[in-house]
Design a protein around this ligand. Structure first.
Ligand code: HAM
Length: 419
């Protein structure tokens, strides 16, 4: 039996793994500049945590959760997203006791979706949450920092923004929307005909052309916001404008998870086809209370790393090469010295030692196969004069340096040996 990675999952290695690493390191760097610290929550949680937070009628809860019973008969779910676990952890560990808390995370999420380009059953998110404040500055910081990650990766995006109101103003809007949609029920897709009563806001977000046509004239939620939601939205828009962050007000933007209140946003990249959201997020002021905690308003975002990777792969963007070296004894007489040198150089650079050493020629071949940029050749001259001889494996050129010179080049000139 030949086993394969399960449907909707794939292995990440080689160049792809380097792109993941790059995205995560840029994400971490930026979030730290905004004062966030890292949180790691379990990959599986009590299934009820998600049913409760994401909403019984959301697609994720209705059809996409990986749910299983463990040997202790507990009903568990592989996490489909990171916000609910972070809020659970903040409540459980009292992390926002006297202050707001800023946390970021990265890791696998699981949704039993129909796999297609940009949509997988196991995928990675990089996300962040600010919990414990209603200040629209925190909404601004989430949008500002998340889009900065895209900018640093040189990924193009269009930022769409809306306010989805709160439990005070949304019910009245829902009624108006249902009345409007009822008049057009025959024009809606089958899915939206049921959504109309269960979760009418989701009709606004339907990708079917027939539904888009109907909802283009639908009443806008922003015309029904209560004073509190309106002021909050205006302040946020103001901060964004002052910081020259471009956005498109999109009154049809509602998010797929039910916990959102006030701010909702998505960054879209149109090279991706239908799964074009590279990140999304918003405010969720009632979530902590819904999960049994105290009133802890919050706002956050998550970005789909696979979608960012696809864009970077397609753009052929190159990141600075991390050079690998192989230390090669010219004859077996220099074997022990070369082994020592390898461990010394590993303090500074990435070094391989040739396994199953036979001779110089076979070791050089192995160095090329192992994707090394340079060989460090060790012969009797190098040992006698304490030299480091570097061979560029692409063009075959060779040069010798004193150890001090060599370390200087490594530290200051990023492996520019003039070869
Ligand atoms: P979400 O919109 O469900 O929000 O997911 C965020 C991002 O994850 C999406 O924009 C997309 O890039 C990526 N994504 C979602 N599903 C898949 C999939 N099946 N395959 C590949 N990528 C996917 C959330 O998850 C919220 N927790 C975001 C948030 C944080 N809101 C507030 N704080």
């Amino acid at each position: 039996m030949n086993y394969k990675a399960p449907k909707g999952t794939f292995d990440i290695f080689g160049k792809k793994a380097k792109i993941y690493e790059k995205i995560e390191s840029i994400g971490k760097k930026i979030m730290k500049l905004y004062g966030f610290s890292e949180i790691r929550t379990p990959i599986f949680e009590d299934a009820g945590l998600f049913t409760r937070s994401l909403g019984e009628t959301s697609d994720v809860v209705q059809k996409e959760m990986y749910i299983f019973k463990d040997k202790g008969n507990r009903l568990l779910a592989l996490r489909p997203e990171g916000t609910a676990p972070v809020i659970r952890s903040i409540i459980e560990n009292n992390l926002a006791q006297n202050n707001s808390v800023k946390l970021f995370y990265t890791g696998q999420m699981f949704r039993y979706e129909r796999p297609q380009a940009g949509r997988f059953r196991q995928f990675h998110q990089f996300g962040a949450e600010i919990v414990g404040t209603q200040d629209p500055i925190s909404d601004f910081e989430i949008i500002d920092s998340s889009t900065k990650i895209l900018k640093e990766l040189e990924i193009e995006y269009e930022l769409h923004l809306n306010s989805v109101g709160c439990k005070v103003c949304r019910p009245a809007y829902k009624e108006v929307l249902i009345l409007f949609l009822k008049d057009h029920v025959d024009e809606l897709c089958e899915n939206c005909q049921t959504r109309l009563y269960k979760n009418p806001l989701r009709v606004l977000d339907c990708k079917e052309e027939q539904c888009k046509l109907v909802t283009s004239n639908a009443p806008k939620i922003t015309d029904y916001l209560c004073e509190d939601c309106k002021t909050h939205f205006e302040k946020l828009l103001n901060y964004l404008k002052k910081s020259k962050i471009e956005f498109i007000f999109n009154p049809r933007l509602v998010r797929g998870l039910d916990y959102y209140t006030k701010t909702a946003f998505e960054a879209l990249n149109f090279s991706l086809g239908s799964q074009n959201a590279v990140l999304g997020g918003g405010r969720y002021d009632g979530l902590a209370e819904e999960l049994g905690g105290k009133n802890l308003p919050g706002v956050g975002f998550a970005s789909g790393i696979e979608r960012l990777v696809t864009i970077l792969e397609n753009s052929n963007k190159t990141f600075e090469k991390e050079h690998k070296f192989m230390v090669i004894p010219i004859t077996s007489l220099e074997f022990d010295y070369a082994l020592n040198l390898t461990s010394e150089l590993r303090k500074y650079i990435s070094v391989l030692f040739p396994y199953d050493y036979k001779n110089l020629k076979s070791a050089l071949k192995l160095a090329v196969k192992s994707d090394c940029s340079y060989a460090v050749l060790v012969g009797s001259d190098e040992i006698r004069d304490n030299l480091i001889s570097i061979k560029n494996l692409e063009n075959g050129k060779q040069k010798s340096f004193s150890k001090v010179e060599f370390l200087n080049i490594i530290n200051n000139e990023r492996c520019n040996f003039g070869l």
